[in-house]
Design a protein around this ligand. Structure first.
Ligand code: AHR
Length: 660
């Protein structure tokens, strides 16, 4: 059973190797060969088909949590993405290139220098700072530093931006600090604020910058912090936040949250993915360093090549769920790192077992518990809902075979402390030693043609063992976001997950987000693309939003004969609304005529038909052409008995039929 269920099809990693950055040329080649196969298959003319559905006979349940989201810090998904912070490298981390994303400002005749001072910082987590040494400056000849944001600072008219920084100075007379938002192209000052300084040791300062109606939305802006007098000023944790979704403090970008809400998700798998594990053992997702005041968060080296600020930390993940009215699927670290090392089960693993138990308490404990109280101190007294805990990520890559014992040790401790939660294993546990997983997490990344050929994988799988969570899946064609060929593969795959949702209780596409700027992306394709100001969604996004937004609670008896081999369908029935949600996927380049026998409707009913069509497999959306492929709604009369309906070529349709 377990061996049957678990397969990881990784199209982007050479066999035997753990994660690799995606080579664009490899992806391009992969896409081409995938398309060649799809095209060849598509030319066989589908015959007229007969589809029979009897909504009065429900053969299996559909999981209410089938569609969710998976997230991690990849492709600048959080820093430079969802997390609303506008300043890049706000903690002045030095590299061989200097303090990246910060520049020294010397206006007019000002004389000044900046360097990293390892000897002073505002907290135990941020022990260093940047020191601005001003030898001479005056009004009009200011000295300071400027930040170019995450590929620009996005500004809009009539908007208030909340700035803050920690500063220390030996002479307050160096100030005040002037904060300015400046247009890169013209040097025009778009907003300005003055912040008086206190002499002495570290203090936190806040300011606001409000743009006028004259500001035209753009990303070509920067922030400047400057002074007009000589002296020394140490700065740390310089932040600039725009308005956030639901005005959540330290929150998220509104447009991306709205896009996620549009997916109709029921859960968020967090915090990864590889991001849970880290490249080296010391890079594990130590959630305790991601909570509390920002000044107490050191950040950490994330596996996708850049450093994470951890501004979007554990509490922010949970608030993200709360804002979208969904629940977390919490992954706890299980002692394995991407480069292949693991923590030995037993005494060595014990601190990580305790960390997992504490983490669940932070999420769910009331304020009388140690970590529930800590969460309340962090601003959220109410516990969060939780039903599923995942132990590790993709531990099938651990060739030492230590996962059975690592899973067992963590699972036993979690079960003892929280018997009410379901535990997810990332590979079949061969010797569970009394700690059997409730659910297995299977991952599938496949070219669209393979995804279509894979749709019967779970049809005859035994229903007696653990349930299945398809915690990562995607049809792999299209850069940076999936093209219509992928959307067809994804839709085909979703019909199979819906049909098998008595077994597959949850599923989440991955990755979700990609910053489109040069150098920001490590993996492709990704569901939603964006720059600092705007976003667009892929055809796969639309397919997923349609499938999740039209889902019943049971699968009725159905059968099909005579359809082309690139035709897929799903029927689910909502027992409360009595609506039959019919999904029809025609991945062929020929139309698919259907005779649909519907048991149920007694009279002609006008059904809504939402269609997603692409002219070719390669057709796609982009920032320049965001709505090339978008759902279109029509209506169609559905008579009682037999109904003749044609699904156009290269089309995904979702049809709601009232069964009254
Ligand atoms: O989704 C990208 C990566 O694929 C995830 O981090 C990892 O779990 C999988 O290998």
């Amino acid at each position: 059973m377990q061996a049957f269920n678990h397969e990881i099809a990784r199209t982007s990693s050479p066999a035997g190797m753990r994660y690799q950055f995606v080579s664009l040329s490899l992806l391009a080649a992969l896409s081409l060969s995938a398309f060649a196969r799809l095209e060849a298959q598509a030319h066989s003319q589908p015959a007229a088909a007969k589809l029979s559905i009897d909504s009065s006979k429900i053969v299996s349940p559909v999981s209410p949590m089938l569609y969710g989201m998976m997230t991690e810090e990849i492709n600048h998904a959080f820093d430079g993405g969802l997390y609303a912070e506008l300043l890049q490298n706000r903690t002045f981390r030095p590299s061989w290139m200097g303090v990246e994303h910060w520049d020294l400002v010397r206006n007019g005749s000002a004389q000044a220098s900046m360097h990293v001072d390892d000897a002073t910082g505002p907290s135990a987590a941020l022990t260093r700072s940047v020191r601005l040494t001003v030898d001479s400056a005056s009004p009009g000849s200011e000295a300071g530093i400027s930040n170019s944001g995450f590929w620009g600072i996005p500004l809009r008219a009539h908007t208030t931006y909340k700035g803050s920084f920690y500063a220390k100075t030996d002479a307050a007379a160096i100030g005040p600090v002037t904060a300015r938002l400046i247009a890169d192209k013209t040097g025009a000052v778009l907003a300005e604020a003055h912040i008086d300084l206190k002499p002495g040791s570290w203090s936190r300062y806040e300011y606001t910058l409000t743009t006028t109606g004259a500001v035209v939305s753009s990303t070509t802006n920067h922030l400047q912090l400057s002074v007009a007098h000589a002296g020394s000023l140490w700065l740390q944790l310089a932040s600039l936040m725009p308005p956030t979704y639901h005005n959540t403090p330290n929150g998220n970008r509104t447009d991306l949250m709205e896009r996620m809400a549009g997916l109709h998700p029921t859960f968020l798998r967090l915090p990864g993915g590889n991001y849970l594990e880290g490249d080296r053992l010391e890079d594990w997702y130590n959630w305790k360093s991601t909570i509390g005041p920002l000044v107490d968060r050191p950040g950490h080296q994330a596996p996708w090549s850049y450093y994470s600020s951890d501004g979007l930390g554990l509490l922010e993940f949970l608030e993200w769920c709360e804002d979208l009215k969904i629940e977390p699927v919490l992954a706890v670290y299980a002692g394995y790192s991407l480069k292949g090392d693991h923590i030995s089960p037993g005494k060595d693993l014990e601190p990580f077992v305790n960390s997992a138990v504490d983490e669940v308490e932070y999420v769910t404990g009331d304020t009388s518990t140690r970590w529930g109280a800590e969460r309340a101190k962090d601003g959220h007294p109410a516990p969060f809902p939780l039903h599923y805990i995942e132990i590790g990520n993709e531990d099938n890559f651990d060739k030492s075979g230590s996962y059975d014992a690592r899973f067992g040790q963590i699972a036993k401790a979690l079960r003892k402390a929280y018997p009410q939660y379901k535990l997810i294993a990332t590979e079949p546990v061969k010797e569970p030693q009394g700690a059997e997983p409730d659910v297995l997490d299977d991952h599938y990344y496949k070219p669209p043609a393979e995804m279509m050929d894979f749709v019967h994988h779970y049809d005859n799988a035994p229903r007696t063992g653990p349930k299945i969570f398809v915690g990562e899946w995607a049809s792999m064609s299209g850069v940076p976001t999936p093209n219509f060929g992928s959307a067809l593969g994804d839709a085909a795959w979703m019909t199979s997950m819906e049909r098998n949702s008595d077994l597959i209780i949850m599923a989440s596409y991955a990755p979700l987000l990609v910053n489109l700027n040069p150098g920001a992306m490590q993996w492709s394709p990704d569901l939603i693309g964006y720059d600092a100001l705007s976003n667009y969604v892929s055809p796969s996004y639309h397919a997923q939003a349609l499938f999740a937004g039209h889902l019943g609670d049971g699968t009725p008896e159905s059968s099909i004969t005579g359809a082309g081999d690139r035709f897929f369908y799903s029927a689910t029935f909502d027992s409360k609304t009595r609506i039959l949600h019919l999904k029809l996927v025609n991945a062929s380049t020929s139309d698919q005529p259907l005779t649909i026998d519907l048991q149920g409707p007694a009279k002609t009913h006008t059904a809504s038909v939402v269609s997603l069509h692409g002219s070719t497999y390669e057709a796609t959306n982009s920032m320049a052409d965001p709505d090339r492929i978008a759902p279109k709604t029509t209506t169609e009369a559905v008579p009682p008995g037999s109904w003749h309906h044609t699904v156009p070529s290269l089309t995904i349709q979702v049809i709601d039929i009232a069964i009254k």
